[in-house]
Ligand binder design. Sequence first.
Ligand code: ADP
Ligand code: MG
Length: 391
Amino acid sequence: MFERQARFEPQALRSSFRQLYGKEPRLFSAPGRVNLIGEHTDYNEGFVLPMAADRRTYVAAASRDDRCFSVYSFNLEEDGQFELNKKISPPRKRWLAYIEGVARLLVEKGINLKGADIAISSELPMGAGLSSSAALEIAVGFALLKLTETRVDLMQLAQAAQEAEHLFVGTRSGLMDQLTATFAVKNHALLIDCRSLERKATPVNLPAMAVVVCDTRIKHELATSAYNERRHECEQAVEILRKKKPTIRSLRDVSIDDLEQYGGLLPETLQRRVRHVVTENQRTLLASEALPRGDADRLGQLMYESHDSLRNDYEVSCRELDIMVALARQQEGVSGARMMGGGFGGSTVNLVRRDTLEQFARAVSDGYTWATGLVPVVIPVEADEGVCELE
Ligand code: ADP
Ligand code: MG
C-alpha cells in the first residue's frame, strides 16, 4: 500500500564506491522536504512552514588531485563527468547539471574546490514533489565543501544550490527546498521568513499524527507557464498597491486591512491572487503556533483552508489534486489535507492519525484510481534532520 523502500545501507554504498573508484569515500546525506503550509508565498517574501522528510539522498565522495569530477547515480544507473578547468559544453545530461551547477557556483563564490569522485544513492522518488533535486544539490555541495574546507558556510551552500537550479537547470524556484535540506532539525518544522531568510525551528508536537504525502502521478503542461504567470500577477498587484501605500515592496507587506481598503483598485483576478497570498501568510503563522501546541485540528483546518484558497483564489489546483484532497477529507482520522508545491499536479500533504494510516492509504488509493485511472503513491514521512556527514 505504501511506497516503502528497503532502508538505506551506508555500508553498501561504501563498498560500491570502493568497487567503482578503488578508494575509501566519506559519506554525506541530505533530506527531501514536505511543506506543511505556505504555498506560493516564498516569492512574495512571505512565510513557509516546511520540514525535512526521513527519505534522503546519500553521497559517497573522495577528493582527487585534479579538478575533474566523476559522478555515478545508482538510481539512474548512469555516470557523468565534468572538469572545472574546461568551459561548460552543452548538451549534457540533465541530472548532471544539478551537480555541475552547484560545483561551479561554489567556485564562483570563491571556494577553491578540488575534483572529486562521487557516487549517489537516494531514497527519494524523483519528481514526486519531495524535492529530490534540492536533496541532491545540497548533499553533493556539502560533500564538496567538506572535502575542500573545514569551515562550511551553510547559507552560501543553500544559495549556490538554488542558483544552480536557476542557471544550470532552468527551474526558477524559491529558496525553501534548499534551506530545508540544509537547516532542518529532527522532529521540527522550519518557519522560514522568505524576506530575511530567518528560520525558526518549530517542534512537531503531534505524536498521534503522521504527515503523509500522496503523489497524484500527474503533472499538467500548464504548471510552468502558470507559475510564471502567477509571479507576474503578484508583481503587477504590488505595482498598483504601492501607489497608494509606498511601503508595500512585495505582497508580504499587504495586510488584511490593506486588502479591504485598497483591494478595489485591483482587477478582480488580481484581488483574488492577493487575497490568497495575504491569507496564506496569516495561515502559515497560525499553523506555526498550532504545531508546537499539538493542535492537530487547528493545523488541519488551516491546511484545508489553504487548499481552498489555492483552488479558488490562486487557481493553481487541478481535478486530480481536488479529488485527492476530497478523498482524504472523507476519511476518519484525517485532520487536514491540501495540495503541495506549485500546482497543476504533483502531491498533496495530509495530516493523518497514525492508527488509521493503513485504512487511509487503501481508501484514498482505491478512490483515486477509480476516479482517475491513475495509481497514486502514498508516502508517510517523519520530520528529519538537515544535511550531515555520516560517521
Ligand atoms: P523533485 O525535486 O520534486 O523531485 P525535480 O524535477 O525538481 O523534482 O528534480 C528531479 C530531478 O533531479 C531528476 O529528474 C534528476 O535529474 C535529478 N535527481 C534527483 N535525484 C537524483 C539522483 N538520486 N540521481 C540522479 N539524479 C537525480
Ligand atoms: Mg525539485
